[in-house]
Design a protein around this ligand. Structure first.
Ligand code: 4AD
Ligand code: MG
Length: 442
């Protein structure tokens, strides 16, 4: 890169392609920079689509306008070359986006080698080249929406008086289910990557009352489905003085807020992804509700072989939500399929005061939630029933000895929520670098 070019990059005030597409600069001379998205060469002009994070705009470099050297570079450059340019913005209905930039000055800052990704490539190939494929319009838009999902979750919770905190990823006790644990060698000892941050979040509410954490959780999921990652992003919320009912309201508030924020703040990206913002504006409290008992009844009547006490898996989720356009809470699951820390339900002692939130159209479980058991002895009884050793949970059980407070909490699968929001075919397309049973590269 020439010294002069470096200085230009630093001192000139560049605009973004999106500003051009919004019509803010029609008839004006602008400075642009970015990557060559596509290039088409004719005899006396080169058409280049210029890409930056905000969009793609057509530019035209004419032999009669730019210098000989500049034109030679334009003819030589390949897709994904890095360029800067000065040009005049014209409205042009034939161009993608409705504008074209007539280039007057032009420089290639980096000549790209031949880009491996072209049209019509297999999903496998694209995923092997994820580090490059994320420049595609689809993934760029998804990643910008992902930022809004994270931002809005934090905004909602902070506005509601929650503190954001952190918790360890190396743990010595399991949080959910033994079979899904990743073991790690830790100085000669066996420890695990955490499946949930809940166990380390609960102690923190005794200090701060309302807390949340946005971090990865790890699960050795062997299932190759469109809904499972081995490393997923988990938004976990814990709230003191909050019962089961309050917990449901909190989930409705959070999910509605996040959905509306994405619709409000990322309309252009949604449009490019072909997602109707009404899908997101339609997320409103109250969500639908049914008990686990009712859910089993509906599934049985629909012909599914399922008994009371079994978990609601993919087929059941489809039966319950395929025709639904609202989120659905299923409440009061049987104790044997849920976790020991959940609150005993006096109205039906076979169940806990818990809920799963199912997305419409068979997208599956977005949230697992419960009021937490506050009684020391009841938790011991739960552990005894499932044959687990209370000794392993000594520190966690301490919380029920020193000022045990009513509280509830839940965990949102952020990548899953995005899969529903954007109507994605597979959860891996919601995250920059997906980790699944068959993928750990790049
Ligand atoms: O229902 P889960 O297992 O609940 C818990 O871990 C609780 N300790 C959370 C809490 O109360 N703080 O997981 C919560 C959510 C699920 O509803 C799902 O959305 C997501 O995490 N999830 C996954 N997402 C992607 N890939 C996986 N393998 C997932 N496993 C769970
Ligand atoms: Mg669950």
């Amino acid at each position: 890169m020439a010294v002069q070019a470096v200085i230009m990059v630093i001192t000139v005030s560049y605009i973004h392609v999106g500003d051009v597409l919004e019509g803010k600069h029609e008839g004006k001379k602008v400075h642009l920079r970015g990557w060559v998205h596509r290039v088409r060469k004719q005899k006396k002009m080169v058409f280049a689509l210029l890409r930056d994070p905000s969009g793609v705009v057509q530019t035209v470099i004419k032999k009669t306008v730019v210098s000989e050297e500049e034109y030679a570079d334009a003819e030589k450059m390949l897709v994904e070359s890095l360029v800067t340019m000065v040009g005049v913005v014209n409205a042009d209905s034939r161009a993608e986006g409705g504008y074209e930039v007539q280039v007057e000055k032009f420089e290639v800052l980096h000549f790209s080698e031949e880009f491996p990704i072209t049209e019509h490539q297999s999903t496998e190939f694209l995923n092997d080249n994820r580090h490059l494929w994320m420049r595609s319009r689809k993934l760029t838009n998804v990643l910008k929406i992902r930022d809004e999902v994270f931002r809005s979750a934090r905004e909602y919770l902070r506005n509601e008086g929650f503190y954001e905190t952190t918790s360890p990823m190396f743990v010595s006790t399991m949080g959910e289910e033994g079979a899904e644990l990743f073991e790690v060698e830790y100085f000669g000892k066996k420890v695990y990557l955490t499946q949930t941050s809940q166990m380390h979040l609960e102690p923190q509410l005794f200090a701060m009352e309302k807390v949340f954490i946005l971090a990865p959780s790890f699960r050795a999921e062997k299932s190759r489905t469109r809904k499972h990652l081995t490393e997923f992003w988990h938004l976990e919320v814990e709230e003191a003085w909050c019962d089961h009912e309050c917990n449901l309201k909190r989930q409705e508030g959070l999910i509605s807020y996040m959905s509306h924020a994405v619709a409000d703040n990322r309309p252009r990206e949604l449009k490019e992804l072909d997602v109707d913002p009404e899908r997101l504006y339609g997320v409103k409290a109250p969500f639908d509700r049914m008990t686990y008992d009712e859910a089993i009844d509906i599934c049985q009547k629909a012909g599914l072989k399922i008994e009371w006490g079994q978990d609601l898996r993919t087929e059941a989720e489809h039966i319950l939500t395929d025709d639904r356009d609202k989120f659905l809470f299923v409440e009061y699951y049987p104790k044997e399929i849920k976790s020991f820390y959940m609150k005993h339900n006096e109205d039906d002692p076979r169940t806990y005061k818990n809920s799963d939130l199912l997305a419409p159209l068979g997208f599956g479980e977005m949230i697992g939630a419960s009021e937490r058991e506050t009684d020391y002895q009841l938790i011991i009884d739960n552990l005894d029933r499932i044959g687990d050793d209370p000794k392993k949970y000594e520190w966690y059980l301490d919380l029920r000895k020193y000022g045990s407070v009513p509280h509830s909490g839940f965990g949102v699968g952020v990548d899953r929520l995005m899969t529903w929001m954007l109507d994605l075919e597979h959860i891996r397309d919601s995250i920059p670098f997906p980790r699944t049973v068959s993928r750990i590269y790049p």
